[in-house]
Design a binder for this molecule. Structure first.
Ligand code: HEC
Length: 109
C-alpha cells in the first residue's frame, strides 16, 4: 500500500510591516465595532477567541471565511463582510502573533 501524504499544510503568510499595517486597518474597519481585546463587547473578547485557535490557525481561517454559531446561548452568529483568502490568512497570522506577544504595539484595544 502506498503512503498518502494528503494532509494539506496551512501556511500562515509572512507578516511584513506593511502587511501588519494593512491588516490592522482592516481590523479597525471590520472587527473593532464588535470586539475588544480583553473584554466581551458585542462579541466575545478577542484574546480568548484567538487563544482557542493558537494550535489551529486553519480553524480560525475557516471561521473567518464562514462563521458558524459558537455560543448560541450568549451571542447571535457573527455577521461580517466576506474576507478574501488573503485578508483572512493575514488576519489569522496577525491575531495569532498578537495573542503570543503581549508587548506588540499594534494590538487593538
Ligand atoms: C457585528 C459584530 C461583529 C463584527 C463586525 C465582528 N465580529 Fe467577531 N464575533 C461577533 C460575535 C457576536 C461573535 C460570537 C458568535 C457566536 O457565538 O456564534 C464573534 C466571534 C468571533 C470569534 C470567535 C470564534 C470562536 O470560535 O470562538 C472570532 C475569532 C472573531 N469573532 C473574529 C472577528 C474578526 C477577525 C472580525 C473582523 C474581520 C470580527 N470578528 C468582526 C461579532 C462580530
Amino acid at each position: 500500500m502506498t503512503a498518502l501524504f494528503a494532509a494539506e499544510v496551512f501556511q500562515l503568510p509572512e507578516l511584513t510591516p506593511e502587511a501588519r499595517a494593512s491588516v490592522a486597518e482592516l481590523y479597525d474597519q471590520e472587527c473593532y465595532a464588535c470586539h475588544r481585546w480583553k473584554r466581551n463587547f458585542a462579541g466575545p473578547d478577542m484574546q480568548g477567541n484567538v487563544e482557542r485557535y493558537l494550535d489551529n490557525p486553519k480553524g480560525l481561517f475557516d471561521y473567518l471565511k464562514d462563521p458558524q454559531p459558537i455560543h448560541p446561548d450568549k451571542y447571535r452568529p457573527m455577521e461580517i463582510k466576506k474576507l478574501s483568502d488573503k485578508d483572512a490568512s493575514l488576519m489569522v497570522a496577525w491575531l495569532i502573533s498578537l495573542a503570543k506577544d503581549s508587548s506588540a504595539t499594534d494590538r487593538p484595544k
